[in-house]
Design a protein around this ligand. Structure first.
Ligand code: MRU
Length: 348
């Protein structure tokens, strides 16, 4: 996607280095950073400089390829195994990360060059899948629709295009008049900071709403459709996504608002029978207790926004049962959980 007229991907590999857009600084500062070795990539994923299911998947693949390039010939396999564990421990929920690590690990058994090619292939596929999701999802969007989205499943969360926002960009570029309500998505505010920034860059009319406003807007008939992303989709169609998604899905069903999930098939975990088996990340309480932003002189500052001395509990994802989901928009078409067998879809 374009930033100030220049085309960017969120993460890419050149030579032995991985380059990425530092998402913690957005929307205040646009900065490209370099990860020289695979442990730099691990750090970037852990600290959410790179975040979003597809983006961390691509970065994890590149990190595994870097490990293959770094590994001493005499210690090749032990080094790769250690790197695989290290990369796999950075974030637990998004399926794409594990999908990428395994794929590149297998390729690395052939050669470091094959590992790099596999990682590049994963990034290219992520971008192409997201573009396709835009095509299929756009068919659901009619002129004049008001669409709500949660968290950030735009191009920043993938290599390019995004998932939940990809149909929105496509509809907007075709001249459909649409309006987007972006949930702020506490505690890290990916909606208020990243989705709003992306939509602003693309000129899509939008506004940010507090996380707890969705039910009220749906009760007033102000939302025609909801589209969210996914971090992992179980074989029965249950979907893990950013915390707060479950509430929106339940409310959407109550008010008859179609609730769509947009995700590439690399997010499906056929080995995971149901949502209760998906590992849910718990993150630092500091993300709730403090907020971070720039001071007028451009420094980044963290301030306490909760009662001093209180603790906070910070589960990062929740699981939406398939029964609340109208459809899953994939790069192969739109499927209805319950009607389409996920295993069948993956073997197509
Ligand atoms: O914790 P994050 O920001 O990496 O969360 C992942 C997400 O971006 C959301 O859950 C998103 O809706 C899933 S699609 C990338």
């Amino acid at each position: 996607m374009k930033v100030n007229g220049i085309d960017y991907r969120t993460v890419w590999m050149e030579g032995t280095s991985v380059f990425f857009i530092e998402q913690n600084l957005l929307p205040f500062r646009f900065s490209i950073q370099e990860a020289k070795i695979h442990t730099d990539c691990c750090h970037a994923i852990r600290t959410m400089m790179v975040r979003g299911a597809g983006a961390i998947g691509a970065m994890a693949g590149f990190a595994m390829a870097q490990a293959a390039l770094e590994a001493p010939a005499s210690e090749y396999l032990p080094y790769l195994n250690e790197a695989r564990l290290d990369i796999g421990s950075t974030r637990p929920t998004a399926r794409n990360l594990f999908y990428a690590v395994e794929k590149v690990f297998v390729a690395a058994m052939e050669s470091p060059a094959a590992a790099v090619a596999a990682a590049q292939g994963i990034a290219d596929r992520d971008s192409a899948d997201s573009e396709k999701i835009g095509e299929f999802g756009n068919r659901l969007i009619r002129d004049g629709m008001n669409i709500e989205t949660h968290c950030n499943a735009g191009w920043l969360a993938f290599v390019d295009y995004g998932t939940a926002l990809s149909p929105i960009y496509r509809a907007h570029s075709q001249g459909k008049k649409i309006f987007v309500y972006a949930d702020e998505t506490r505690p890290r505010n990916q909606g208020a900071r990243l989705t709003a920034w992306e939509l602003h860059q693309a000129g899509v009319p939008h506004t940010i709403i507090p996380d707890n406003a969705g039910a009220y807007l749906m009760s007033l008939g102000k939302i025609d459709m909801m589209i969210v992303g996914a971090d992992r989709i179980a074989a029965n169609g249950d979907v893990a996504n950013k915390i707060g998604t479950l509430e929106k899905a339940i409310v959407a069903k109550e008010y008859g608002v179609p609730f769509y999930v947009a995700a590439p098939t690399s997010t499906f975990d056929a080995a995971c029978a149901g949502g209760s088996l998906i590992p849910i990340e718990s993150r630092s309480e500091d993300e709730i207790l403090f907020q971070e932003g720039p001071t007028p002189d451009g420094r980044f500052e963290k301030i306490l926004v909760c009662s001093p001395g209180s603790t906070a509990y910070n589960p990062a994802f929740d699981v939406t049962p398939a029964k609340y989901i109208t459809g899953i928009i994939t790069e192969r078409g739109i499927i209805t959980p319950g009607k389409t067998q996920i295993g069948q879809l993956l073997s197509m």
